[in-house]
Ligand binder design. Structure first.
Ligand code: SF4
Length: 535
């Protein structure tokens, strides 16, 4: 079959006049970006913005939401529904490589298959894949957009709410797929209208976590940002006002959402920072953070989880007292078990310099110390309130054998200093279009191949010698963990997790009904999970 047979044949577009649609399918292939997660139990912003923008124009348009996992288990039904719809919107972009308990992101060969099966339908691609190419996991080069264009009628490179608002109002052919938002006005409206789409999510009613956007763009854009990262390419950060975020959460709450993560931003401590645009590491705006967190609590009084995600360690180092104050505010209003994921990426000064990373190795350790001082006390669910997480990336230019040794030495220091780190995320870099790293993709590819043996060796070493004793400090045997959802049956045990940021996988050696909420007492520790007895 030639590639040309995938090319769209009919077009809602090609009629040369305004075309409206009545039935839309959203196929969520999941997204994982440096800022923002959309793999179950998370629902990311994209489906809410797409459905919401359409409903802002016309509430009667039928929008059906599917996840790729439900498509896999019910392909015939999906194809039947999709064939009867006017348009299928694919959301994709597993740009940050990872393995997930809750779902498996859309793979490129599935894109090929589904686009072939639906070759006569209008298909639109949305999400980071449309903007930066289709990432295939760690150590891969993304499938370029030019190739993706063969499968889709449109790649929405701009913001989805603008494209789908214009499509519903003026017809698909007049919608601009490149336009980026300059304010959050339309997005705020779309978030409100689109919040009811959560009711169609397979995790709705049990462990669904709604990923909330607080801003976009990295304040480090003024120095170009980290070599591999897509976030500085948005230019000057655009902030969402606290009252708009709170209004969205109130609406989500009314539709039944009980778990939230303020995860769609590169650095929660930089939220509404006043010197954004002049400082690479702006001072935290504690008034805005207080307004935001207090507003959420007042408007979603029965929420069970309120977590954050990314924190830039450089913001802590350059603004110590304000950062401590900001973290204390977060801890006052959030729920325990929270993680401040720090994109340290490397403890090798050479790699830090060559990739314009945010902190030196010593600064990274200092940021970890500070978060420990503020957040390591235990909360009602058995977990410390706020712990740092560490992201390490391999394959970056400047990497040598020494990098592996240095990373290991610095991680060992954490144990020696009795510092707690919730999780160490080790990954191979994914090279994305439009990043400085794209120009060095051959170097990255060679490094990853050359260091494959070291990568495997040190990953294992870190898992056995650091992850395991660290997890034992965080959850010593006997600790009672509360509010765990039974998610999966694997052989003769089940896996239960708390909904939230980087939840710990708890293995229970029994069969229990899925979706049940349990409490469990820790018996022993593995490197990445714990064994527990239900209480
Ligand atoms: S600090 Fe680096 S990794 Fe974090 S958002 Fe900015 S550019 Fe991306």
């Amino acid at each position: 079959m030639s590639t040309n047979s995938f090319l769209p044949t009919h077009k809602l577009f090609s009629h040369g006049y305004k075309v409206l649609f009545k039935k839309v399918i959203i196929l969520d292939g999941y997204t994982d970006e440096p800022a923002g997660l959309g793999v179950p139990p998370y629902i990311n912003t994209y489906p809410r913005l797409i459905a919401g923008a359409i409903w802002v124009v016309d509430k009667t348009i039928h929008v059906k939401y599917w996840t790729i996992d439900t498509v896999r288990s019910n392909l015939n039904k999906f194809i039947q529904e999709a064939t009867q719809s006017d348009m299928i919107v694919f959301i994709a972009g597993p740009e940050v490589p990872g393995k997930y308990i809750g779902g498996t992101p859309l793979r490129f060969n599935e894109v090929e298959k589904l686009c072939f099966l639906l070759r006569d339908k209008t298909k639109i691609l949305v999400g980071p894949a449309a903007r930066y190419g289709f990432g295939g996991g760690g150590g891969t080069i993304a499938v370029e957009r030019i190739r993706l264009k063969k499968y889709f009628d449109e790649l929405v490179i701009g913001d989805p709410e603008i494209y789908f608002y214009e499509s519903a109002k003026y017809g698909l052919e007049r919608a601009d797929p490149y336009r980026m938002r300059e304010t959050y006005d339309l997005a705020n409206q779309a978030f409100i209208y689109g919040s009811r789409i959560i009711k169609q999510h397979p995790n709705y009613g049990w462990n669904l976590i709604v990923e909330i956007e607080t801003f976009r763009g990295c304040p480090r854009y003024i120095t170009g940002g980290c070599s591999f990262c897509i976030e500085p390419r948005y230019g000057k950060p655009l902030y969402r006002r606290p009252e708009d975020i709170v209004r969205e959460i109130k609406q989500l709450y009314n539709f039944g959402a009980r778990h939230y993560r303020l995860g769609k931003q590169p650095d929660i401590l930089a939220y509404m920072a006043k010197d954004t645009g002049t400082k690479e590491f702006p001072e935290p705006n504690t008034d805005a953070l207080r307004k935001l967190f207090l507003g959420i609590r007042n408007n979603a009084p029965g929420l069970r989880v309120l977590h954050i995600d990314n924190v830039n360690p450089g913001t802590i180092i350059h603004n110590k007292s304000k950062a401590i104050e900001a973290m204390k505010i977060i801890i006052k209003y959030h729920t325990p078990g929270d993680v401040a994921a720090l994109g340290i990426e490397s403890f090798d000064p050479r790699v830090v310099k060559m990739n314009n990373l945010k902190v030196t190795p010593e600064e990274a350790i200092e940021a970890i110390r500070i978060i420990n001082q503020v957040g390591s006390h235990r909360g009602w669910n058995g977990l410390p309130h706020l712990l740092p997480g560490i992201n390490l990336l391999y394959g970056l230019p400047g990497e040598t054998k020494e990098t592996y040794i240095l990373n290991y030495e610095y991680l060992s220091r954490l144990l020696q200093e009795n510092l707690l780190v919730r999780r160490i995320n080790i990954r191979k870099v994914t090279v994305l279009e439009n990043t400085p790293l794209w120009l060095k993709k051959n170097t990255v590819y060679k490094l990853l191949r050359k260091h494959q043996g070291l990568y495997t060796k040190y990953r294992l070493k870190i898992m056995n010698n650091i992850d395991k004793p660290m997890l034992k400090k965080i959850l010593p045997p006997g600790t009672l963990m509360r509010y765990l959802y039974v998610e999966k049956q694997v052989g003769n045990h089940v896996i239960a997790r708390m909904p939230g940021s980087y939840p710990i996988a708890v293995k229970i050696p029994y069969s229990l009904p899925l979706r049940k909420i349990i409490d469990a007492r820790i018996k022993s520790i593995a490197a990445k999970s714990v064994l527990a007895e239900p209480v």
